[in-house]
Ligand binder design. Structure first.
Ligand SMILES: Nc1nc2c(c(=O)[nH]1)N[C@H]1C(S)=C(S)[C@@H](COP(=O)(O)O)O[C@H]1N2
Ligand SMILES: [Mo]
Length: 299
């Protein structure tokens, strides 16, 4: 059996990889935005990390604000979620807080392509070609001060648009957090699109976080607020069940969730389970962030 190196999607070649796939396996739609990947038609799974088909990425979702079944968000979110106008309130420990329209937040920056693995804590995974901007570039303009140690993110919570809010699965709104250095890491993306198209509502349009070395629930959708804080934020899943979910939530095949093993995963579209990789295969880039930390305690 062929053993492939774990870090087969290195930081600096994710873009090349996406472009390679673009040429080899996709029909170019056009270069209007300069960053387009065409929809996944006739993908040949020759690579170990072939992109998960567009159809699966956009119909098998977790977005509990629109229901807890995997198919709910694709059915409900597109007609319910009002994507424009959209603005993000940025506050807390920073010199330049403010509420910024989505365009003003993203337009000054160059959109990038990132082909990332995504590993859900439920034991399944996908490979998704995202477009977005490095979160760190967005955060810099608000000038976080010396007290800013963490960044907290909040999803829209509007009962009129989100039928799932009637069910108290979580203490809405959905909240997530990162340590500031995690937020500033070049792999951390604020995504506005996937497969060369604007994000669909079910994937967290118009703006969602993507942190590829952490379990999928850290990648919070439809962000309306970003807050710099001195203290560690309490994320929604930790608040709901602190025995099962921690703050860091780094993908770790050696730390099992109380109800299921994290040693392996099912890649959507595949039949045999594959081994889960430490930090979801991004250890070369991110392990140093956690030097000296006990990852069994800080899970
Ligand atoms: N606001 C919000 N963000 C969320 C979720 C959610 O229910 N609500 N689910 C999370 C989980 S558990 C996963 S695995 C990913 C799924 O992202 P996808 O549906 O785009 O694949 O979104 C994360 N972000
Ligand atoms: Mo998840």
């Amino acid at each position: 059996m062929l053993i492939r190196p774990a870090a087969d999607l290195r930081d600096h070649d994710v873009t090349d990889q996406a472009l390679y796939l673009d040429r080899r396996r996709f029909l170019a739609l056009g270069a209007a935005a300069g960053t387009l990947l065409a929809a996944g038609q006739g993908l040949a799974a020759t690579s170990d990390d072939a992109p998960t088909p567009f159809e699966a990425v956009t119909t098998y979702n977790n977005y509990y604000e629109f229901g807890t079944a995997k198919e709910d968000p694709a059915v409900t979110a597109p007609s319910r979620l009002k994507l424009a106008p959209w603005s993000v309130a940025v506050d807390g420990e920073c010199a330049k807080p403010g509420t910024v329209a989505l365009d003003d937040l993203i337009k000054p920056l160059k959109l990038e392509e990132r082909l990332y693995r995504m590993r859900c804590v439920e034991g399944w995974s996908m490979v998704i070609p995202w477009q977005g901007v490095p979160l760190g570039q967005v955060l810099k303009r608000f000038e976080p001060n010396s007290k800013a140690k963490y960044v907290e993110f909040t999803t829209l919570a509007d009962k009129a648009q989100m039928p799932g809010l009637r069910v108290p699965v979580l203490d809405w709104p959905y909240v997530e957090g990162l340590r500031l250095d995690e937020a500033m890491h070049p792999l951390t993306l604020l995504a506005t699109g996937l497969y060369g198209k604007d994000l669909l509502a079910q994937n967290g349009a118009p703006l969602r976080l993507v942190v590829p070395w952490k379990y999928g629930f850290k990648s919070i959708k439809s962000i309306v607020r970003i807050r710099f804080s001195e203290t560690q934020p309490v994320n929604s899943w930790q608040k709901a069940n602190s025995r099962e979910y921690g703050f860091y939530s780094n993908v770790n095949p050696e730390v099992d969730h109380p109800r299921w093993s994290q040693a392996s995963e099912r890649r959507i579209g595949e039949f045999r389970r594959r081994k889960t990789l430490m930090f979801n295969g991004y250890a070369d880039q991110v392990a140093s962030l956690y030097a000296g930390m006990d990852l069994r305690v800080n899970y």
